[in-house]
Design a binder for this molecule. Structure first.
Ligand code: NI
Length: 201
């Protein structure tokens, strides 16, 4: 092996190690349990006040007594959001009798374009029980912070309203008390989601 090739190999290995390390840190902050007092309470979740697709103000407290499946995204999302919301829809259809005990919730990270009317139209593409929530920028950011969601607008070169939003993509399962139970990612199947929900019914 030439010295140049060896340097390249070392550099490539360093990138892999950094990537694994970064993922581990990211994962531990995503799923970390413990609030400093060692109570085992997850750091994901918390209060929110938003507006549903019928214009009614709702808070997290309105869903106490039911499990919550919560997904953050935006209606203009070209691929990830429709895929995940469809997955949630299929999982909900597998619940049968347990369906009424679950509140499926979609929260936009793009309240600028996701008006109540827009959310109402978008929600019809998915499960009839889907609660589609928007709000002011401040209300949205409070919910985003509570759930440790990442999002960032990526401005296009065209009009001010033509942009994409990078965002984290997890479906959170929250308990009847609003506390974090688990989450699902792009690799999770509807069957896995339905099974995890059933475990907590
Ligand atoms: Ni999306």
């Amino acid at each position: 092996m030439t010295s140049t090739a060896r340097k390249l190999l070392v550099a490539a290995l360093a990138v892999v190690v950094l990537a694994i390390g970064g993922f581990a840190v990211w994962q531990s902050t995503t799923t970390q349990t413990g609030d400093g007092g060692g109570s085992g309470t997850a750091l994901v979740g918390g209060p929110f006040t938003l507006v549903d697709q019928n214009g009614k103000t709702v808070t997290d407290a309105d869903f106490r007594g039911r499990l919550m499946l919560i997904y953050f995204g935006y209606s203009y999302c070209p691929d990830v959001c429709p895929t995940e919301l469809h997955k949630m829809t299929v999982a909900l259809d597998m619940l049968n009798d347990g369906l009424d005990e679950v509140a499926p919730i979609f929260i936009t990270v793009d309240p600028e374009r996701d008006t109540v009317e827009q959310m109402k139209a978008y929600a019809t593409l998915f499960h009839p029980n889907l609660i589609a929530l928007t709000g002011t920028q401040a209300q949205t950011d409070a919910a985003v912070q509570a759930y440790r969601v990442y999002y960032k607008k990526v401005r296009g070169e065209e009009t001010a309203l033509d942009y994409l939003v990078d965002h984290s993509s997890f479906i959170y399962l929250m308990g009847r008390d609003g506390a974090y139970l688990t989450h699902f990612d792009s690799a999770s199947t509807p069957e896995e989601i339905a099974a995890a929900v059933r475990d907590h019914l």
